[in-house]
Design a protein around this ligand. Sequence first.
Ligand code: M7G
Length: 183
Amino acid sequence: IKHPLQHTWTLWYYEPDRNKSWEESQRKITSFDTAEDFWSLYNHIKAASELRQGCDYSMFKQGIRPMWEDDANKCGGRWLINLDKKQRNTDLDHFWLETLLCMIGEAFNGYSDDICGAVVNVRPKGDKIGVWTANANNEDSVIEIGRKLRERLKIASKVTIGYQIHKDVIVKVGSQTKNAYVV
Ligand code: M7G
């Protein structure tokens, strides 16, 4: 018997396509609900660092689309880890895997219900990992999730990570979004 996970998760893939909208370019790859099926999927697909630049992977709880507009995300935000260009070779894949393991393993100390999913953006200007939570007003849960993420990813103590509210990102397209929280 396989080891069941607390939730069913869906992996999404985004590839830019000038003939399609952003939303239409998000494709569901597959869903899984056991540890074994997670590993077969993970071992089968390209590592994030091997994706073409401009592409994303997203892993969300089943039923939540990896977009601001989804009901589960619309009051939420994300912890954002900005990597510099060199970190694609040294940190990206291991940060992404650790993020996935934190989510499927419900590692956020009682606040895992607030987790919606996570996104990795592979970009020429620097890759990003975002961990999306359900409600930007749940200060305790947002902070605890941020702390746990720092700890599990072993982010250097001189580096801070910020939490951005999706509603702020939507109106600020093109410019920097302020951080609602920092850890
Ligand atoms: P990005 O891919 O998150 O980061 O956003 P990037 O700027 O480093 O590439 C790029 C663009 O994708 C945004 O300006 C939006 O046009 C679109 N986009 C990104 N997200 C996360 C969403 C979303 O949740 N909903 C919609 N409608 N568009 C999005």
